[in-house]
Design a protein around this ligand. Structure first.
Ligand SMILES: [Zn+2]
Length: 185
């Protein structure tokens, strides 16, 4: 609070207090003996959302970090940060919709680029998150082998230990994607 010790107008002594702490944001209020008051925010806000909370949450998600560890790391350093609960609220309200929107737009761009292709050659592979042979769900990707770009990723129910989508899933998987394209697998 040293920085708020003197009035910026008349240089008289000020009484300062921390008015708000909201995640990465602090707001300090100071009043001098001559009645000059000043409110200082550590960062800009969008409505009531401090930009730092959004940027910090986005950085954690987009860098693939663990929210719990990243937040714990900042707290150990003594850096103000948001709670895990706030992180998850921001993730749900802002970050996931943005990721989803960008993915859909990019995917549509990819579909448009392969639409004129006479023969589309696809390669698929899946992975499961549990070791051994008992995973129930897996992530299955389809790639255009010419452009080497992933056209679709889906969470599928695994039919057996080889992490392939079940037979009932696969035709639907492809039909949804390439109704009007000649497919050679
Ligand atoms: Zn003053």
């Amino acid at each position: 609070m040293e920085l708020f010790k003197f009035c910026r107008v008349c240089l008289a002594h000020c009484k300062s207090k921390m008015k708000t702490i909201n995640g990465t944001l602090i707001v300090v209020e100071s009043v001098c003996v001559n009645g000059h008051s000043r409110t200082w925010s550590s960062q800009p806000l969008s409505g009531e959302m401090p930009w730092g909370n959004l940027l910090c949450s986005a950085s954690i998600l987009f860098s693939g970090s663990s929210p719990a560890k990243a937040i714990s790391f900042l707290r150990h350093m003594g850096v103000l940060t948001m709670s895990k609960r706030t992180y998850h609220r921001i993730q749900e309200a802002y970050l996931i919709p943005v990721v989803s929107g960008v993915w859909k737009s990019q995917q549509q761009h990819l579909f448009n680029s392969v639409c004129g292709t006479e023969k589309l050659v696809l390669g698929g592979d899946g992975r499961c998150d549990s070791p051994g042979h008992n995973a129930k769900y897996g992530c299955y990707s389809l790639m255009d082998l010419h452009s080497k770009k992933v056209l679709e990723v889906q969470l599928v129910q695994v039919s057996s230990s080889n992490c392939l989508p079940s037979e009932s899933n696969l035709p639907k998987f492809i039909n949804v994607l390439f109704k009007n394209i000649i497919v050679k697998i």
